[in-house]
Design a protein around this ligand. Structure first.
Ligand code: IMP
Ligand code: MG
Length: 309
């Protein structure tokens, strides 16, 4: 019997999902950790002062840091070259046995160099990781999947898995806790995001089923947000000449963890947040960066710029 908790973003990504996943895994008793959408466009920052950990994960589920069996799910797209680099980066940080815990869904699609070359748009302002072109090939049914790269994957000392047959054959009388770690967020979702200024995958909790986890097994949905909103990409999002928002961006250190681009900042969009909570069926909402509102207020008062904030 699976008991699944899902972490998802309620805004435009960068809500602090990595930090939440890390802390939930630290306290929980999870047997599995799964990424179910997206690919190297994601950047999940994790900091643990006690353990001197300061890392950014892109494709690898956070569970590997705890020795939990982790899967890059069927709904993901995988860049094997970047995955190798990420694994080496983690190994150099002391996580030496991560490859023994990491599995790749046999049917996750693989990002090729051609996808990255084609991902050079100037309209949306993508991360340039080949996400859109790779998902396009998937839906055109001309893509290459992990199973087509079995030898390469085995030479990376990683294993393939069929998550559906694996989870379906677990004994039903035993409880297994699963953590699904979403990438991006509601406002970047291919269906409910601000099309075309969105990503190419589904970022909603129920989409865990595309990665072999039944949605009926969901116990908790942790929706993550910030107390303000940020967006990385080419549509205008941050009102011009608004010094208060500039201050907020500065206090929040709002730079993309994958591309280093400056994140545009705006105030919390309550209407959008309500819809995101509704469609994801959130049982919990976690608001991050509350201290930044406070910090920027102090900053402003010290600078005597906005004494009415
Ligand atoms: P793509 O996912 O690289 O195709 O990019 C599409 C849009 O989603 C762009 O505006 C990206 O900046 C944004 N995006 C993709 N992944 C993330 C993420 O993990 N955090 C924040 N923005 C993202
Ligand atoms: Mg991020």
């Amino acid at each position: 019997m699976l008991l699944t908790d899902v972490i998802i973003g309620l805004q435009h990504g960068d809500e602090g999902k990595g930090k939440i996943a890390y802390n939930i895994l630290k306290r929980g008793k999870y047997s599995y950790c799964i990424r179910f959408n997206g690919g190297p466009n994601a950047g999940h920052s994790i900091k643990d002062k006690e353990k001197n950990i300061d890392i950014v994960l892109h494709q690898v589920p956070c569970g590997v840091l705890f020795g939990i069996t982790s899967i890059i799910g069927s709904g993901c797209v995988v860049d094997l070259l970047k995955l190798q680099t990420e694994l080496e980066y983690l190994e150099n940080k002391g996580f030496s046995d991560i490859r023994t815990h990491l599995y790749l869904a046999f049917n996750a699609h693989v990002i090729g160099r051609q996808h990255i070359m084609l991902d050079n748009d100037s309209i949306i302002g993508t991360t340039g990781s080949g996400i859109g072109p790779c998902y396009s090939d998937k839906y055109k049914r001309i893509g290459k999947r992990c199973i087509d790269f079995q030898k390469t994957i085995e030479s990376m000392k990683l294993q393939l898995i069929n998550p559906l047959s694996y989870f379906a054959s677990l004994p039903s009388h035993v409880k297994y806790e699963v953590l699904c770690e979403g990438a991006q967020g509601f406002s970047l979702d291919i269906d409910w995001g601000d099309y075309p200024y969105c990503t190419s995958s589904s970022c909603i909790a129920s989409c865990i089923s595309t990665s072999g986890i039944p949605h009926k097994s969901i116990r908790c949905v942790y929706g993550c947000c910030k107390l303000y909103d940020t967006y990385v990409g080419n549509k205008p999002f941050q009102p011009k000449n608004n010094e208060l928002l500039e201050t907020l961006a500065e206090a929040g250190q709002e730079f993309g963890s994958t591309t280093g681009r400056k994140r545009q900042c705006n105030w919390l969009n309550m209407d959008s947040l309500k819809q995101a909570i509704f469609i994801n069926g959130c049982t919990h909402v976690i608001a991050n960066k509350c201290d930044i509102i406070e910090k920027s207020r102090a900053f402003v008062i010290d600078g005597k710029k906005f004494n009415t904030f």
